[in-house]
Structure formats: C-alpha cells, structure tokens
Ligand binder design. Structure first.
Ligand code: SF4
Ligand code: SF4
Length: 383
C-alpha cells in the first residue's frame, strides 16, 4: 500500500439494461486509467462474480449478468483473448448457478465460458498474518489476473459482503466450510480474507450496487435499489464507501478494520478519494455521496461489537451471542442447512427423521452462519 489516497469511482446507474451498464462502467473505469491499465492482452484473465448459490437474479443474491457482461466486453476491447468466469459456489456448480441467473447467456456474447472450479491445490503463503496456506481453486492460481465483480449485500458474520469477502469463493469446495472452523470468529475470518486478497491480488474490484441486498443477507435478504456501481483498486476503500452509503461506521466491519491495519487498503475518510463518473469525473465528498446514493435506514447490523473478553465469556456461558434459528413456517425440511454445517457431528440436525424442522445445538454451534447462508427458502434467521 504505497498511495496515500485510494480512489473509488461512484457510477450512477439505475438500470440493468446491458448497453447502459457497459457505457457507464466504461466511463467509471476510464477514471482509473481504463481497463488497459489493469490487464495485458496476452494475460489469462479470470472474472470472479458472486455466485454463492442458485437464485433468481431479481433476488439480488448473485452479481447481475449485465455487470458481468459489461466487464467482459471491456476486457475484450482491451485485447484480452483468454477470458473465463468462475466461482466456487456454496451449493451447486458455477455453471448451473450462472445459468439460473441468465449470466451464461450474457457472457456467451463475449465468448466467455463459465467454468466450474474443479481442480485444487494447497498453496503456501508465508507472509500470511492469519492464514499460512490456502486450498485454492486451480483456475485461480492458473490465471494471470483476476477481476473481482462483487455484489453489495449484508452478511451475518461480517455485517457486509462486498469486495474483500467475495474472494472467499476462490477457496475450493468443501475447504470453504472447513475455513469456518479454522477461523471461527468474525475477526480471524476477516484477517484470513485479507491474507487471501493480498495473496491473490485481484487487479480491479467492481461492485454491483444497482440493486443491493439488505436484511437477512447474503442470500435471504431483500433487494433494495441503490442505483450505483463502485470501482476501485482498493477493496477496503470500496467496502468503506459501501458502508458510508448504508449509514454503517466502516470500522465496525472487521475486513475494513483489519484490512487497513494489515496494509490491504484504507477505510478512513482522509485516505479516500471519491470521484463521481458524471461531469468528466469530479471529486465528491462522502456526505454528498451518501446524500446522492445513500439509504440511511438500510437494514444492516449496526450494533457495536463486544470486546474479546466479553465474546469469550459469552461463548463459554453460551449467552448474549447472535444465534441462527429456524422459522418453522418457512422450512421445507430439505436438509441443505445440515449438509452445510462445517462442525464435526453437526450443530444443526433433524431430531426426528425430518418429521420436524432441524434443531440447533448451540453449545456446538460456532456461529459461522453457513446454514443461514445456504438455506434456499429464507427459513433461517439470526437473532
Ligand atoms: S435449509 Fe432451510 S428449508 Fe431446508 S431444512 Fe434447513 S432451514 Fe429448513
Ligand atoms: S449450525 Fe449453522 S451457524 Fe452453527 S456451526 Fe453449523 S452452520 Fe455454522
């Protein structure tokens, strides 16, 4: 991190009409030097969307195909010939998830295949603060350059999922679940994510905030129009601007707080340079950005985090902690939550052979919220 200010470009956009998104994204990226500043034509480039699991695109669970299409088109125009898109989904394959959202059809126009992350290798990372190695998908470490195309959403563990968190899809398959047991707290998980971003070093981060997700994110929340795309080289700065737009103090997000301490980027206002892509790219303040694009009552967890000692005591006595619970009215007893639980012996199980919804063993539960994230029926909430 050598620059003293990180540039984040805010691109007003209130539609997913493909040509409009392309034109607007092009202008936004021009203010960062153009796509040519991030990739070379001879490089093998991987687009990394958020394809956490299959869902209708209108639910704002996955990156919108129009944003992926615009990024692919700009990369082609920059001369990139080897271009793929892929993710390691929480449930299902990238191909099926992309098809479910209509992303494959849009990317096909630019000759971009959606690849399933099938291969894997353990790669050491000696410089890691929290993680000394990663089980990375082969497609990630075989790419020369990665472009992170994330979605603006809430998250039960980290409060938000944006630029930094989207990189977790680079971890291969079941190792994602294991990662939650290795890094069970929001802080340790955030530090691992920062190590991962520093190891993979995405060249550019693009955030789809045209329609964001508030509430019970990252998969069971409610779509909300924010009418903006954000682009930056600095994922912490980008996530920090996202926080300002939703009236959340950026330092309350562990990936921001640790991200600046560990040198990934900046969250503090004096280190942010905000440009509005209109009017040739004029500088705007955070206050103006929040006035223009913000939603002060955006549904996100704004409560202060408790101190380490308090957290340890809460865990020990199993009280005063956030807990997932099953909404019995919505549960269809599909069992996806049980399959998703990374804890040995499972912290959520069917007590009576699926006659009733599954039940939690809160003494075992590490509060990773994988079950809440993977429930396809919005039946798991957090209290
Ligand atoms: S994943 Fe959701 S719907 Fe399926 S059993 Fe679990 S709580 Fe019920
Ligand atoms: S029950 Fe849910 S929150 Fe608890 S450990 Fe299992 S997946 Fe994580």
């Amino acid at each position: 991190m050598t620059e003293k200010r990180s540039r984040v470009v805010l691109i007003p956009c209130d539609t997913y009409e493909e040509d409009t998104v392309y034109e607007k994204l092009k202008e936004g990226i021009r203010l960062l030097g153009g796509m040519e500043a991030f990739v070379k034509p001879e490089e093998k480039v991987l687009l990394k969307p958020n394809l956490v699991r299959k869902a209708k695109v209108s639910r704002a669970v996955v990156t919108h195909p129009a944003v992926m299409g615009a990024a692919a088109r700009l990369l082609r125009e920059a001369g990139v010939t080897s271009l793929t898109a892929g993710d390691s989904c929480g449930v299902g394959t990238a191909g099926a998830t992309a098809a479910g959202a209509g992303m494959d059809a849009v990317l096909e126009k630019y000759g971009v295949p959606v690849v399933d992350f099938t291969g894997m290798g353990e790669v050491p990372y000696e410089n890691g603060v929290q993680a000394k190695s990663f089980f990375l998908s082969k497609e990630v470490f075989e790419a020369d350059a990665l472009i992170n195309v994330c979605k603006m959403k809430t998250h039960a563990l980290e409060r938000i999922t944006g630029a930094v968190k989207n990189m977790y899809g680079c971890i291969h398959g079941l190792h994602k679940a294991q990662g939650h047991t290795m890094y069970p707290s929001a802080d340790s998980f955030a530090r691992m994510l920062i190590d991962l971003n520093q190891f993979v070093k995405p060249r550019l981060y693009i955030m789809d905030g045209i329609v964001a997700m508030e509430g019970n994110g990252p998969t069971s929340g409610d779509p909300v129009p924010m009418n903006v795309l954000l682009v930056s080289k600095d994922p912490v700065a980008l996530d920090s601007v996202f926080c300002h737009l939703i009236n959340l103090s950026p330092e309350m997000v562990p990936t921001n707080y640790h991200g600046e301490r560990m040198g990934l980027g900046f969250w503090q206002e004096e280190h942010l340079e905000l440009l509005l892509s209109e009017d040739g790219g004029r500088e705007i303040t955070l206050t103006e950005a929040a006035r223009r694009f913000g939603k002060a009552d955006f549904h996100v967890d704004r409560r202060r985090a408790r101190s380490g000692v308090w957290v340890r005591m809460s865990r020990f006595f199993n009280v005063f902690q956030k807990k997932p619970y099953v909404d019995r009215e919505k549960c269809v007893k599909c069992g996806v939550c049980v399959e998703s639980c990374p804890v040995e012996g499972k912290a959520i199980t069917f007590a009576d052979g699926r006659k009733n919804p599954p039940v939690y063993n809160y003494k075992k539960c590490i509060r990773c919220f994988c079950c809440q994230e993977m429930c396809p029926h919005k039946a798991i909430k957090v209290k």
